[in-house]
Ligand binder design. Structure first.
Ligand code: C2E
Ligand code: CA
Ligand code: CA
Length: 826
């Protein structure tokens, strides 16, 4: 490539560069005629003055864009000066058409010679927010542009080493009249030495000899003007007539301005680079039609530890990693095809949003493209975070239900595709967690859950999933199991890690869990079914007394269906009064043996199955919430019956009535009010009513228990702890509650047969109850030996088959009447 073509190309690229930058330049630019007629404006002008391009062309600089304070009368004179070649810079009061508010601008006027004739280029800068670097850039563009459109050549004819003819342009350029040029040795009007260090006359002689031999020469030459100043020229020397003597033609072009312009370009590029380098949070890249990078800059580049030199001169294929280059090339190709595009690229662990625009040179030809990238890693991180939040449990950081189901779905699909593939789902539910949470505080509970989560993670491999579904429910999805047996090993491990003491600060807690497992996962389609069956197995484990695990079987599903049937049946039972009560006598033990009262127990006369006991349907009613309605029905029916006894059976007047209250009922906010209403409706004397509540139910409502019990007591009702010994047996806790009676669970009474130790336990419970001011009822008294021992242990009351099974209402009535005539159990 010749020097001239290189220069031309550089100019064109540089123009493109500048134009790309100028699209976003902060100065408004007007191109107008010598009389001020507006010919064109740039985008920024439209923005600054709030007009459309068409409007701007119809408007006048003096009346539409200048303020009243501006000296508009002087404008024609100013334009004349500019047209004569003088560049002017001055401050001006400007305004927007139709707006009286003035703002300060700096105006820069300069004559530009366009093919269509001389024009004035007016650069208007809003100096309320001045940008020096860009102003300089504007200036440099104007300068090089005027040059670019200029340029005619000096021509001289040389014979025998002397100039024999020259054109007028040569006179102008050298500043020497024609008469003095002619006859001068060619290679005259030069300094003695050329920049290369050789003597000018020698070089000139050599060039002429070569040209005379027919060679076309093209070289740069340092010239001297008449005033002694030097300038650079580009000379082409060729043979016109071989002679002899040979006639040579020298065409000389003053390239000093071009040289200056090149220097200016370098300068303006340096400024542009400064801008580019400081491009906030991003990178600017310019590339040519071969996608070779011409320029790179921006703080984003610095952030990556890159320098422009690392990029400039390379293509995407040479710079980016192989997996990324094609993507970049595709985006660049769009720019080269004239399209603006916006895309996202990942590079060096960061994410970028890349806007690519075509860069056009003279005549609108695309000379390359500009890519402006912005680091959007922070936004990506946020998105990532949001996605994480949507799929994870905030407390433990484990997968949530959605992600858990998704992992199971993937496993289901995999096992359908790959025959030997096994996976398993383990459902873990902590036992009595609610109790710990209520009694130790939620913060403590939270820490416990977090610790549980991390212990569960210890039990699995990386490819497995540990999820928290909410509350104290955790799920493990085990993938790629070589055999279903492996799942059971994991279950053992889970029990082991959860069995370790949890030490949190000063407090130490021991937890157990009920676990359900689905190992035979081959026939599933819906992930929800796998989870549901694991849950079912977990519930079975819980029902069987907690702290154990159950593998799901289809029989459980049958049982679940059975439960479901029971539940809907129970609903009907309530509506169609299939429920009825039986009454079991409670006797006073010791010397004043006698009938003390009755416990009301519910039964269900099932249309198909006959009488169903409460152990089968009370838990279902608890779970479904039906217990609230059912419990109230029991209370009302029991009170009504008892009130009738009071009115009709003389011996009943001193008796008591015990009614069971479930945990769910006890948790009801309007419990006290609804009980008060039942008492009023039925005429039941409150002081003869006792309510039995299990210790677990009390502790599950720990925060409200004391207050609620007191409210019941204020009504005159007496309160009893039921099934004592099967729950936490936390005497210290019970001591703080307003209670009257304690019922020892029948399992303790029945175990008294086995050995002496069990008798000791019952003895201890009774004496402890007494120190707390509670009277004791022993349940499940079946043998006279139980009766005797309990008497010796000062137990106040007894209940059990030894005295009577639960009785239907008429039998209970007879029992009351005839009690005195009954012999003491022996
Ligand atoms: P519970 O409150 O502990 O009631 C005593 C249970 O022990 C009764 O079983 C009773 O029939 C049984 N039982 C009585 N004496 C003996 C004995 O000597 N030996 C043996 N092995 N068992 C004896 P039932 O009626 O089947 O009630 C079972 C449980 O159902 C009750 O246990 C109670 O927790 C619950 N329940 C019964 N009725 C109601 C009710 O109306 N509401 C609520 N919430 N729960 C009820
Ligand atoms: Ca009871
Ligand atoms: Ca009981």
């Amino acid at each position: 490539m010749t020097e001239a073509r290189r220069t031309a190309k550089a100019l064109e690229q540089s123009e493109g560069t500048l134009r790309a930058v100028f699209n976003n330049v902060h100065s408004a630019v007007f191109l107008h005629g010598p009389d001020g007629t507006i010919l064109d404006v740039n985008d920024r002008m439209l923005e600054l003055f709030g007009v459309t391009r068409a409007e701007a062309r119809r408007m006048s600089i003096a009346s539409d864009f200048s303020g009243p304070e501006a000296d508009v009368g002087h404008l024609p004179e100013i334009w004349r000066k500019v047209m004569s070649g003088k560049a002017l810079t001055f401050d001006w009061k400007s305004r927007r058409p139709g707006d009286d508010k003035l703002f300060d601008v700096e105006v820069h006027l300069r004559r530009v010679d366009l093919p269509a004739g001389p024009r004035i280029l007016a650069t208007v800068m809003d100096i309320t927010d001045r940008k020096q670097a860009l102003a300089a850039l504007t200036e440099s563009e104007a300068r090089y542009r005027s040059l670019f459109e200029k340029g005619n050549d000096c021509i001289a004819l040389i014979r025998g080493g002397r100039i024999v003819e020259c054109n007028q342009r040569a006179e102008e350029v050298l500043g020497v009249p024609r008469e003095r040029i002619l006859g001068t040795p060619a290679g005259g009007f030069t300094p003695e030495y050329q920049p290369c260090g050789r003597r000018s006359s020698e070089m000139a002689a050599e060039q002429q000899t070569r040209a005379a031999a027919g060679e076309n020469l093209f070289f740069e030459w340092r010239q001297l003007r008449a005033d002694g100043s030097e300038f650079d020229a580009e000379v082409s020397l060729s043979l016109v007539d071989p002679g002899p003597p040979a006639l040579l033609q020298a065409i000389m072009r003053d390239i000093s301005e071009r040289k200056q312009a090149l220097a200016a370009i370098t300068e303006s590029e340096a400024r542009y680079r400064t801008l580019a380098r400081n491009f906030p949070n991003g990178t600017v890249l310019l590339f040519d039609t071969e996608m070779r990078f011409l320029l790179a800059g921006g703080l984003g580049l610095e952030a990556l530890g890159l320098k422009p030199e690392d990029i400039v001169g390379r293509t995407p294929g040479e710079f980016f990693p192989p997996d990324m280059a094609p993507r970049v090339e595709e985006v660049f190709r769009q720019a080269l095809a004239g399209q603006t595009s916006l895309s996202e690229l990942a590079f060096a662990d960061r994410f970028y949003e890349v806007r690519t625009v075509p860069v056009t040179g003279a005549g609108g030809r695309i000379t390359g493209g500009m890519a402006v990238s912005q680091d959007i890693s922070a936004r990506k991180r946020l998105e990532e975070q949001l996605r994480h939040q949507a799929l994870h449990d905030p407390l433990t950081g484990l997968a949530n239900r959605t992600l858990c189901l998704d992992r199971i779905r993937q496993a289901v699909e995999r096992s359908r595709r790959r025959p030997g593939y096994n996976f398993a789902v383990i459902f873990v539910d902590l036992d009595r967690f609610k109790l710990v949470n209520d009694s130790m505080g939620h913060k403590f509970g939270d820490t416990l859950l977090v610790e549980t989560g991390s212990r569960l993670l210890e039990c699995v491999r990386d490819l497995d999933t540990v999820a928290r579904l909410g509350g104290d429910e955790f799920v493990l999805v085990l993938e790629e199991l070589e055999a279903p047996r492996r799942a059971i090993q994991v279950v053992r491990r889970v029990r082991e890690v959860l069995g370790r003491e949890f030490q949190l600060g000063q407090r130490v807690v021991q937890l157990t869990a009920s676990i359900g497992v689905v190992v035979d996962t081959r026939h599933y389609r819906a992930p929800e079914d796998v989870l549901q069956n694991a849950n079912l197995a977990m519930h079975r484990a819980k029902e069987m007394g907690r702290d154990r695990f159950k593998v799901f079987t289809n029989r459980m599903l049958d049982a679940a269906v059975h439960r479901l049937n029971l539940e809907s049946g129970l609903q009907r039972a309530l509506a169609e009064s299939q429920l009825f009560l039986v009454f079991q006598p409670i006797v006073r033990l010791g010397r004043d043996y006698g009938l003390y009262g009755f416990e009301a127990l519910v039964r269900w006369r099932h249309p198909d199955r006959g009488v169903v006991g409460p152990s089968e349907f009370i838990p279902i009613a608890e779970e479904s919430g039906l217990i609230v309605e059912l419990g109230l029905w029991v209370l009302r029916a029991a009170c009504r019956t008892f009130a009738q006894w009071l009115g009709s059976v003389r011996e009943a007047s001193e008796l008591t009535l015990s009614v069971n209250l479930s945990g769910r009922q006890f948790a009801q906010a309007d419990l006290v009010n609804s009980i008060r209403r039942v008492l009023q409706e039925t005429g039941m004397p409150a002081n003869q009513l006792k309510l039995e509540i299990t210790e677990t139910a009390l502790m599950e409502n720990a925060s409200r228990a004391a207050e609620r019990l007191q409210a019941l007591r204020d009504l005159g009702i007496r309160l009893s702890v039921d099934d004592f010994g099967t729950g936490y047996s936390n005497m210290i806790y019970l001591q703080q509650l307003p209670l009257d009676l304690l019922k020892i669970d029948l399992s303790f009474i029945q175990k008294m047969d086995v050995n002496r130790e069990n008798v000791e336990i019952v003895k201890a419970i009774i004496s402890l109850a007494h120190t707390l001011g509670l009277e004791v009822v022993a349940e499940g008294v079946e043998r006279s030996r139980h009766h005797e021992i309990l008497g010796l242990l000062d137990c106040e009351f007894g209940q059990g088959y030894l005295y009577s099974p639960p009785l239907a209402e008429p039998d209970a009535r007879t029992f009351i009447r005839e009690f005195r005539d009954r012999p003491l159990p022996a």
